[in-house]
Design a protein around this ligand. Structure first.
Ligand code: HEM
Ligand code: HEM
Length: 191
């Protein structure tokens, strides 16, 4: 993150793409009905499955863009994956949370960065396995192959972790909103 105290323009666009995409994927997965033989547009479940496939592919591209951005930006990488510390900040923020005080908003690493990093890893898995499924979906009435059968359970493996991340992440944002913190900056795309 090149700007201090606020999210850089690139990180805001990346977040918008991933947050919208993954949220759409989670909710569409609740009602979609995959037709393994062919695309189906005469039922809501069928349309939702097609959208899950295409929006999922778009989301996977945003996730890929996020990794390309992290490859260039060592500061952002250290914030999301503080494997080499400073662990004191992570522990201090965890202790603060237990005592009811929220960590500050904006890009700063610590416990918040670590949780965001783990969330990014989980959605990366969903994007990779989903994109692989996309290319093994049967075309025009052929039956699904063995590769597809083995990919689907790999894709659904982390679904509950992504749900837990989503619920926790949105709840933390809601707590900040209740405290009237300036947390919406990440959604200001045109500034
Ligand atoms: C599962 C989908 C989502 C993922 C994977 C995700 C991921 C992230 C990540 C990685 C960051 C840190 C930004 C960065 O390092 O580039 C972040 C920040 C943020 N996200 Fe999300 N997000 C998701 C959904 C949402 C949704 C639905 C909302 C709307 C309530 C939201 C609101 C925010 C806000 C307000 C911040 C800034 C926090 C701060 O300033 O401390 N996110 N998110
Ligand atoms: C970041 C991208 C994606 C996310 C976050 C995501 C998320 C999910 C979730 C939460 C489920 C439900 C798992 C469950 O029932 O336990 C699911 C199922 C599924 N997704 Fe994705 N998905 C993504 C991309 C894709 C793509 C690109 C495809 C390609 C077609 C795809 C195909 C499927 C299939 C076939 C299922 C299983 C449906 C079933 O057996 O009922 N996903 N996905």
């Amino acid at each position: 993150m090149t700007e201090t105290g606020s999210w850089s323009r690139e990180s805001r666009w990346l977040h918008a793409g991933i947050a919208f995409g993954v949220t759409w994927q989670l909710f569409s997965s609740l009602w979609m009905t995959p037709n393994w033989a062919k695309a189906e547009y005469n039922s809501l479940g069928g349309i939702l499955f097609s959208l899950h496939a295409w929006v999922g592919l778009m989301t996977a591209l945003f996730i890929l863009w996020h990794w390309l951005w992290l490859a260039r930006d060592a500061g952002a990488r250290r914030q999301l994956f503080p494997w080499r510390g400073p662990w004191a900040l992570v522990l201090a923020e965890a202790k603060g949370l237990l005592q009811g005080s929220l960590p500050p908003t904006g890009p700063h690493g610590g416990l918040v960065g670590l949780v965001h990093g783990l969330g990014l890893l989980a959605v990366t898995w969903m994007g990779l396995t989903g994109a692989a499924i996309f290319f093994f979906l049967p075309q025009g009435g052929t039956s699904p192959g063995a590769t597809l059968h083995s990919l689907v359970p790999l894709h659904t493996l982390l679904a509950n972790i992504v749900w837990a991340y989503w619920i926790g992440h949105v709840s933390m944002v809601a707590l900040h909103v209740l405290r009237r913190d300036r947390i919406w900056n990440i959604f200001r795309l045109w500034e």
